[in-house]
Design a protein around this ligand. Structure first.
Ligand SMILES: [Zn+2]
Ligand SMILES: [Zn+2]
Ligand SMILES: [Zn+2]
Length: 787
């Protein structure tokens, strides 16, 4: 290095490098600083609204190495998407500096997701000699809270919920030292100056005589108490998972009838005692995103019966904050760690609200005084065909940008669906899909959608001019869009629900061409005003054609049929009256608990159609068949019957039930998509229902029937998609919609399509359920209004 500087200014060169990607709040500037020190390069580095800008001056060969290492050696949380460098005039600068953030320019600098505690911080947490020993809020530039504490950008401490904590001298020294792991770590904290944990009685008074809130909380848990625990994105309710009394008490108090509880385990070794883990599942469990991973439970898993009644999987996560790590280590047992709410309410994240709502459920509350800026639920993932399939994309993933294959000419909002709502904001060729908002029929959740949009607009500093929304006129997310339009300054564009599913899947894979989509979900509003949900579409980002669908049937009593799957069975039986010879087949043993008068009443609804719209929903077909098999007559959450029916399926190959396929005009007219007036292809399950009844009458076990049904849906779907693809001369198939959260169905359908020579696209970065709708809406809007 000395040699380089002694050669004089004329042999020195200077470059300006623009670094794009996730490079703010991840220790990128200190990394550049250390790199410059190491190589003896002069210049500066700064954060701006787009990302990171570097100027470097020195020996040409050294500069080349410096620029190469800007991406090659980037710190763990950084994701460098591009480094563009150009040569500029040397200035003779002789030192390297980190320049403070500048404002102005285009708003494309990404905010980073929260990240699990890094190994170095974990080592400090466990080291009695370290000044942060057992400190529940330690973090560094490589880990810790981000999105959940951010209130604005650029990402600096005053723009986080750490703004109220003044750094002590020791922390400040680390914060200011470019060679320290905590250089400019915005949430830097220690026991002297940072947030503190406290243990409260359920009335909000501090528990007396507590030395170490975490240790006492762990003792409470071990003694069978239920604790509300303030975490990263909200409150959890916790108790030990092997204590049936505690778990069933929690279930009762929370009024969460059957939905499985997630568990916190200290590490992968502890996870292996409960579930069978594949390599991919292990990697997800230990990923910095730390989602809840659904894996096959061991038959001898030592957890209470009430943790996940009848579920073949357990949802596990490992600690993602030091606080959770301490609880897991101090108790040494698996803990139930479920969202802090009553059934169907949003998870609590505001302290006063948590005390009010959770004080009635929990025995005590483990709280802290670092505010949560944005309520962020745990993410949930399951592994299918060795790929992650997200069921809920939230903490750890949000707000990482998802790319768009088309460029927005101006910023766009997608307001999403009504259930499993997430919204999306897009600018340029990036889309930011929000945290999980939930079911916005709930007033608080609707408010959090509206507030969330405002928060994202502020973080991204964008002023959207186009709002994409669902075609359903009554969705509250549609009303949010309309209110926006009334306030002025934006135009609206409506996107059909299943088109949004198709477009979202295409867009996340970078596709702009046409594909054949099999979109199976619960319900979505169709262009004909009926309820769709078992759809075969040919389309791309801009538009689509409904080429085929499941045979429509009445949904008796509308939404009530979602909660009472036996109604869908009754609907099919009523519609098939002529085909069901035996009188007893109309009212099989499974329905013994349904009074004859109720059955007749619902059957009358079907005949007259009163308050009973037609639906082609695949989710409702799964409900009907599960009900016929006696799996579930009523459910406490949507899709429960299908989940339990899937769980029962006997492993191994099963002879598929045969659907009737009426090809309509698909095989007769070309090309597809054809003009309006064409008869759609109909996938008719009536022969399947007759076969199921015959198998039941013959005493075939429900597990075998489930396997044959799943195989039948997969087989006929592949047949239909392949037929449409041939006629339309397309080679790409898309599978999406909430029904494809069904692992067995996806595992059977994908290879069946591949055997037909088709390339199959399945959602990977976003969930196949309505969590992908807003992104799909944005992709459609961008494509329709693109240049
Ligand atoms: Zn760390
Ligand atoms: Zn400190
Ligand atoms: Zn949907």
């Amino acid at each position: 290095m000395d040699q380089a500087s002694s050669e004089g200014v004329e042999t020195r060169r200077r470059v300006r490098a623009r670094v794009d990607g996730t490079v703010q709040g991840v220790g990128y500037r200190p990394f550049v600083y250390r790199l410059a020190q190491e190589l003896g390069v002069a210049g500066w580095v700064l954060n701006d609204e787009r990302g990171v800008l570097v100027e470097a001056e020195g020996d040409p060969a050294v500069l080349q190495a410096f620029v190469a290492r800007l991406s090659a050696d980037a710190p763990p949380l950084a994701e460098v998407s591009a480094v563009e460098s150009e040569e500029i005039d040397a200035t003779g600068e002789d030192s390297f500096e980190i320049v403070s953030s500048v404002r102005g320019g285009a708003p494309t600098a990404p905010i980073t997701p929260d990240s699990a505690t890094c190994d170095e911080c974990l080592a400090e947490l466990a080291d009695p000699g370290d000044r942060r020993y057992r400190y529940p809020f330690l973090n560094c530039t490589n880990c810790g809270p981000r999105f959940t504490i951010v209130t604005g950008i650029p990402y600096d401490r005053p723009q986080t919920t750490m703004a109220g904590f003044a750094m002590c001298a020791a922390c400040e020294a680390e914060y200011e030292n470019p060679l320290d792991r905590r250089f400019h770590a915005q949430p830097i904290a220690c026991p002297v100056c940072g947030p503190q944990a406290r243990l409260l009685e359920r009335d909000g008074k501090p528990v007396e005589g507590v030395q170490d809130a975490l240790r006492t909380a762990a003792d409470d848990l071990l003694a069978g108490k239920i604790l509300a625990v303030k975490g990263l994105g909200g409150y959890h309710l916790a108790c030990r998972a092997d204590d049936e009394q505690a778990v069933s008490a929690l279930r009762l108090r929370k009024r969460r009838e059957d939905r499985p509880f997630a568990l916190l385990v200290r590490d992968v070794a502890a996870a292996r005692e409960l579930v069978e883990l594949t390599y991919t599942e292990e990697a997800l469990l230990m990923s910095r995103e730390r989602p809840i991973v659904l894996s096959r439970r061991r038959p001898d898993a030592p957890v209470a019966e009430s943790v996940a009644p009848r579920a073949p999987d357990l949802g596990l996560m490992t600690p993602y904050t030091p606080l959770h790590q301490l609880l897991a280590d101090d108790t040494g047992v698996p803990l139930v760690m479920t969202s802090g709410n009553l059934s169907d309410e949003p998870i609590a994240f505001d302290d006063a609200d948590a005390l009010e709502r959770l004080g009635r459920i929990a025995d005590r509350l483990l709280v802290h005084n670092r505010p949560i800026a944005t309520r962020t639920d745990d993410s949930v993932v399951r592994v299918v065909r060795d790929r992650p399939l997200l069921m809920r994309r939230s903490r750890g993933y949000v707000p990482a940008a998802v790319g768009l294959p088309v460029t927005c000419i101006a910023p766009i909002i997608g307001t999403g669906a009504e259930q499993k709502n997430a919204f999306c904001i897009a600018a340029g060729d990036s889309a930011w899909v929000s945290h999980h908002i939930g079911d916005i029929k709930n007033y608080e959740t609707l408010t959090s959608l509206q507030e969330g949009i405002v928060h994202f607009e502020r973080l991204l500093e964008v002023a959207p001019v186009l709002v994409a929304h669902d075609l359903h006129p009554d969705y509250l997310s549609t009303h949010v869009a309309e209110k926006r339009e009334e306030a002025g300054g934006v135009a609206l564009t409506a996107v059909q629900h299943h088109h949004a599913h198709l477009a979202a899947t295409l867009a996340e894979h970078g596709e702009t061409g046409l594909a054949v989509g099999a979109i199976f979900d619960g319900t979505g509003y169709g262009t004909d005003g009926t309820i769709w949900g078992g759809e075969f579409l040919v389309g791309g980002l801009v538009d689509f054609q409904r080429v085929g669908h499941l045979q429509p049937v009445r949904m008796p009593g509308g939404e009530r049929a979602v909660r009472e799957p036996w109604r869908m069975a009754c609907s099919w039986f009523t519609a098939m009256y002529d085909q069901l010879a035996a009188a007893e087949a109309q009212f099989p043993a499974a329905f013994a608990d349904i009074a004859q008068e109720r059955w007749n009443m619902v059957s009358t609804l079907v005949k007259h159609g009163t308050g009973s719209p037609y639906t082609s929903s695949a989710g409702r077909l799964f409900d009907a068949v599960a009900a016929i098999c006696g799996v579930r007559l009523e459910v406490s959450y949507e899709g429960q019957a299908a989940v339990e029916f899937e769980a029962l399926a006997e492993p191994g190959g099963a002879k598929p039930y045969a659907f009737r396929i009426d090809t309509g005009d698909v095989a007769r007219s070309s090309p597809v998509p054809a003009s309006a007036g064409r008869n759609p292809l109909i996938l008719d399950p009536r022969p399947v229902i007759i076969a199921v009844l015959a198998d039941l009458a013959a005493g075939v076990p429900v597990g075998a029937i489930s396997a044959r049904f799943h195989a039948g849906v997969a087989h006929s779907t592949a047949q239909v998609v392949a037929l449409i693809a041939r006629e339309a001369k397309l080679d790409t198939a898309v599978l999406s919609g909430g029904v494809f959260q069904n692992r067995l169905l996806l595992e059977l359908t994908v290879p069946a399509l591949e055997a037909e020579g088709l390339r199959v696209l399945v959602p990977e970065r976003l969930p196949p359920n309505d969590g992908q709708i807003a992104y799909g809406q944005v992709a459609v809007a961008a494509a329709r209004h693109g240049v």
